[in-house]
Design a protein around this ligand. Structure first.
Ligand SMILES: Nc1ncnc2c1ncn2[C@@H]1O[C@H](COP(=O)(O)OP(=O)(O)OP(=O)(O)O)[C@@H](O)[C@H]1O
Ligand SMILES: [Mg+2]
Length: 245
């Protein structure tokens, strides 16, 4: 049976695409037939590469299916971008058809949201959470900002997911800095508590520029649950900050 994993974030620009690519790279290397679906792409002109193509680029030609359902040129929420462009909204049947089609022929389908969890895709208030609810057995990965402020947005997102009965597979830090500050280091212990789900990785800052080394970087940055060999306990321990006072 194929797995459908939704990827959302605590905000836009937190590294959802980079983390999606890291998960996809390891899945492809493990021999899984893998697809990346971006239901709603905003801020990209016709003919320009969207997030799904960016994932394919990061995989450097490894076999990957990419699919995008609606695209709007302005960098806005899908709802507002659709309204301003006069183009149609994404619909649930359109989404379900695409997922059915991809799950028929793939072992893993990664679905990257736009912005954070509750951003609207249409005027009725369709969100990624609704899309996740429409797929039986779907799980969701939450990509988080590493530093101060992330505990609140992770807690809010986790609470919204629980209220909607969407299973959270875990949290991944989208961009782990080379010199983490006090809050960032302490967040390693606090993020899984805020999320009510395990910490499943920390992609180092600079990962998208790793070139041919991207898959190996993914392997050392993602936990075994995502196909890598990152050790959450050891990483958290290594950055633990003793109380100074
Ligand atoms: N680990 C990282 N190291 C360095 N840069 C990163 C890392 N992860 C992401 N970036 C960069 O940060 C920017 C945002 O990342 P990304 O596109 O993955 O975010 P996103 O959450 O998918 O954003 P969107 O909401 O637009 O889909 C990109 O320019 C990307 O190259
Ligand atoms: Mg993205």
């Amino acid at each position: 049976m194929s797995r459908v994993l939704f990827v959302t974030g605590t905000n836009t620009e937190v590294g959802k695409t980079a983390v999606t690519a890291a998960v996809a790279a390891l899945a492809v290397r493990a021999g899984l037939r893998t697809a990346v679906l971006k239901p709603g792409q905003t801020g990209v002109a016709p003919g320009e590469p969207g997030d799904a193509e960016e994932v394919a680029r990061l995989l450097g030609g490894a076999p990957l299916t990419t699919r995008e359902l609606v695209r709007y040129p302005e960098p806005l929420s899908p709802e507002r971008a659709a309204l301003r462009s006069g183009m149609p909204f994404l619909t649930i049947p359109q989404f379900i058809d695409a997922v059915d089609d991809l799950t028929d022929s793939h072992d893993l389908v990664l679905v990257e949201g736009a912005g954070g969890l509750l951003v609207r895709y249409d005027a009725e208030g369709l969100t990624l959470a609704d899309l996740a609810q429409s797929v039986t057995g779907a799980e969701l990965l939450l990509v988080a900002h590493p530093g101060l402020g992330t505990l609140n947005t992770v807690t809010l997102t986790a609470e919204a997911l629980r209220a909607r009965k969407v299973a959270t597979a875990g949290v991944v830090i989208g961009s782990w800095p080379s010199e983490p500050d006090l809050a960032t280091r302490c967040n390693l212990a606090d993020l899984p508590v805020a999320a009510g789900a395990p910490l499943l990785g920390a992609l180092p800052t600079g990962a998208p520029a790793a070139g041919p080394g991207f898959t190996e970087l993914a392997a050392v940055s993602l936990a075994p649950a995502l196909g890598g060999r990152w050790d959450a306990a050891a990483f958290t321990q290594a950055f633990a900050v003793p109380f100074a006072g």
